[in-house]
Write a protein that binds this ligand. Structure first.
Ligand SMILES: [Zn+2]
Ligand SMILES: [Zn+2]
Length: 501
């Protein structure tokens, strides 16, 4: 395990161009990742063993590795199996260990079966990522961004009111002669909308959604899920999906049906460390603990800083993050904080002898998270001594990295530039499709996760190739730079915008 530099106040460092794969057209070849993986026997063996359903199910062994074929499929940027299969060359199948191109039916069936082994692709990616952590001297994964985007399921919510069930739509039609239309809600709008609200309002909305979710029944006769929304019943085939809605009064204003793709993104390279697909109804802060444990497991170490947007600005998120010894960088939401006796509105502890400002000495998260400080301008007897305050006094204010630090400002400013990753992931790997054209045509959360995990493996193989961490020379011509903020006089910030291919 690499030595951890846990100086919270160190300015963040970014490796420019690490994911600018468009510089190297050969990386876009669908077989590139397959061939790269085959050069690393240990990683290849791990993936093939963990995805070997023949072995697990006692089926007669057929030549050919379906996991490698799937990797080529994701690398091809095609989302539909049939056109990819039709166009696939003999070379693709030979490279993946097949003697000939299997039938479309066989490909479809075997790819669907791989949904039970999505974890294997992530575990292979974990081996690649951990090596990247070592090769970068612990810079990979030192700071992480957490953000979610929408992913549509290939199923609809069909109106399903039946005779004898009170139907709001009919009532409204009768009243106004208008059909009930539900507009498409995009995750970006949803994010902006939530940010503009106060904690209490968001909690009330979440409670209303949860209340609406109680009217969900499984109709086993028709194999559909029925749910009541805004005075009507709807049915769907995808029981793993959820409906994210935006109510205005008693009416559904906008919504989308499907999932949220929760991502953990590496601040240093911009690579995605982890994807976790959840029903769109599940709130971000409920997914967070699992996401945080998952990324610590992936990296084999604990990050120093975590950035997110206001959707995660809850006390439970702050508490969990600080308890793990990670600095939380989230813009605060709602009412302005007020000064307290023992700390001010920014979370800077006050000197207990003179009431003046203090400066940071250290932070320790074990046995319980505490800050140690010293009086900035000693004037009273006792001011000279080190003082300590427990972060549990106010989890949302007393942080390992103070809000007044240049590093905090740099992290905070950087966060929104990482939202581009959602766009790149859709373009490069068709992960988290948000339109009919790029969403998978199979239903279920397993299919979405199966697209994302191999994408993670391909991405980290590519990053390592560009950085020369695969034993070949570095091909990325850009260098790392230190992020700066206004008022901090360091080198000028480089433009982090990248051109995806
Ligand atoms: Zn109805
Ligand atoms: Zn003092």
């Amino acid at each position: 395990m690499p030595v951890m530099d846990r100086n919270y106040r160190r300015m963040p460092v970014v490796l420019k161009g690490a994911t600018r794969f468009s510089d190297e057209p050969q990386l876009a070849d669908e077989l590139w990742a397959v061939r790269e993986l085959k050069r690393h026997q240990r990683w290849l063996d791990k993936l093939l063993t963990d995805t070997d359903l023949e072995r697990n199910w006692g089926r007669p062994r057929l030549p050919g590795h379906w996991a490698l074929a799937y990797l080529a499929f994701v690398g091809s940027r095609q989302v539909d199996i049939e056109p990819w299969w039709a166009m696939s060359s003999a070379e693709v199948w030979l490279e993946c260990g097949f003697s000939a191109k299997p039938s479309y039916q066989a490909v479809w069936k075997r790819f669907a079966e791989l949904e039970q082994t999505t974890g294997a692709f992530h575990e292979a990616a974990t081996l690649v990522i951990r090596r990247a952590v070592r090769k970068s001297d612990g810079k990979v994964g030192r700071a992480i961004h957490i953000d979610a985007t929408e992913a549509e399921t290939n199923a609809v919510l069909a109106h399903d009111c039946r005779d004898g069930e009170a139907c709001a739509r009919q009532a409204r039609r009768r009243a106004r002669g208008l059909p009930l239309r539900v507009g498409r809600l995009h995750a970006d709008d949803e994010r902006a909308r939530r940010h503009a609200r106060h904690d209490k309002e968001v909690e009330a909305e979440d409670a209303a959604t949860a209340e609406a979710m109680r009217d969900v029944v499984y109709d086993s006769e028709r194999s559909v899920l029925r749910m009541r929304r805004g005075g009507c019943w709807y049915r769907t085939r995808d029981a793993t999906a959820g409906y994210r809605i935006y109510m205005q009064g008693a009416h559904i204003k906008k919504g989308w049906f499907g999932f949220l793709d929760h991502k953990v993104i590496d601040h240093y390279t911009g690579g995605t460390l982890l994807h976790k697909f959840e029903k769109a109804t599940v709130q971000d802060y409920h997914t967070y603990p699992e996401l945080l444990d998952g990324v610590i497991e992936t990296l084999g170490r604990t990050p120093v800083a975590m950035m997110a947007d206001r959707g995660l600005a809850t006390r439970s998120v702050y508490e969990l993050t600080t308890r793990k010894g990670i600095a939380t960088v989230i813009p605060s939401r709602g009412r302005r904080a007020t000064d307290q006796d023992s700390y001010d509105r920014h979370g800077i502890p006050r000197c207990r002898h003179c009431g003046g400002e203090t400066h940071f000495v250290r932070f320790n998260h074990q046995p319980t998270p505490r800050l140690w400080v010293r009086c900035l301008i000693p004037s009273q007897p006792g001011c000279q001594r080190e003082q300590t305050i427990s972060c549990s006094t106010d989890w949302k204010r007393l942080l390992p990295l103070w809000r007044t630090e240049p590093a905090y400002a740099a992290y905070r400013q950087a966060h929104q530039t990482y939202e581009r990753v959602h766009h790149h992931q859709r373009q490069r790997y068709k992960v988290a499709g948000d339109t009919h054209a790029i969403r998978p045509k199979r239903i279920g959360v397993g299919c979405q996760q199966l697209r994302a995990n191999p994408a993670g493996l391909i991405e980290w193989l590519r990053i390592r190739h560009r950085e020369g961490w695969l034993g070949c020379p570095r091909t990325n011509r850009d260098d790392e730079f230190v992020r700066t903020t206004p008022g901090y006089h360091g080198p000028p910030p480089a433009d982090p915008a990248e051109v995806p291919f």
